[in-house]
Design a protein around this ligand. Sequence first.
Ligand code: GLU
Length: 447
Amino acid sequence: MTVRTRFAPSPTGNLHVGNARAALFCYLFAKGQDGQFILRMDDTDEARSTVAFAEAIKTDLAWLGLDYDETFKQSDRFDQYEAAFEKLKAQGLVYACYETPDELDRKRKRQLARGMPPVYDRAALQLTDDQIETYAEEGRTPHYRFKLSGGAIVWNDMVRGEQKIETASLSDPVIRRADGSWLYTLPSVVDDIDSKITHVIRGEDHVTNSGAQIEIIESLGGNAPVFAHFSLMLAADGGALSKRIGSLSLADLRDSGVEAMSLNSLIARLGTADAVEPVQHMATLIDGFDMSRLGRAPARFDAEDVTRLNARILHDMEYGDAAPRLADMGAPEGAGFWDGIKGNLTLFADVTDILHLIKGPVSPVIEAEDQDYVVAALDALPQGELTEASWSEWTQALKQSTGRKGRGLFMPLRQALTGQAHGPEMQHLLPLIGYDKAVARLQGKEG
Ligand code: GLU
């Protein structure tokens, strides 16, 4: 049996980090078992779903590095949902209801006032033909509910352990609206059966749905998949993430310049007892992923943690992994440049600023009290090709000849050569700046 998981977003908005977690878990779990990961677009809400959001979801997944083996959209499968609906209807498991939303709301309020749970009372099952005719004359069209068995549904959840849902305590789920459109429940089940999904991995907000969905799957002759319902993710201060969708959308994170692996490293471990580690490659995350490590407490997400991990990922990144992007940025070839500067990066894009220090134009900064020192430094600059050894030779010689040391020895040189008080180690920068530019800058010339 090939493990098959699916990530099933609705293309009605941008993905946020909570969605990324669902996608990542589905991906890591499937790939950890040589399985397949499927992207399903839950676009039955035709008014709110857009092609642009669907494209944006694909862009976000590509950025995260979550390659899917197959993709399809629910709006291409209305015939299959219709057929499943008829199959359930033929078994007497679907019934027509005529209540308006207002009537349902009043019913719920009356139940609550009487201290009863607001469970749908199945009044529609008692309607006489006359009443149905009257509704039809009033122009009411029915919505449809799935008739739950009233028994207990039990499954062994990979995250939550044994789960038991008493369907008698639930309202029969509405599966089709009065305008004929589909709610999420039935299409999802039909797709999970047809696309041979073996594991449904999703947030714990779907636990109750799973009870009804298992009954529907079985009524349709399918086998229930294994379920894993992971805890929800909260903002670091305990607030709901979805309220801040704007600031935590994947698009925003991507635009902020962080590495996708920083986000992946964090969200793969949040909500587990395992420490968050900066992980360079997806293969390592796949190897280290274990669903049983997920706890039931909410996972707390702090965007600052992504930034911190990002720096650690860059500091550990091998030249080979960085090389294609460095080449695009016009950085000098070879591991020397990367190894010399990576420790100074917070974001990969900082490379641009460092390249600017090397290539110029840089406006040298030479303080009045350092003028003579910089003139002496120019005289002492090793002639010809500068190497990684040049900086220490040069500054050792200057230390001897001028008696300067520490900051007073190094800082004027850094400021003259880069125009900045901070930056990567000069030992690495000096050979990259090169002899001619170094001379010009020590003479105070922009270059
Ligand atoms: N479209 C559903 C959602 O985004 C999918 C849930 C599921 O994974 O079954 O909530």
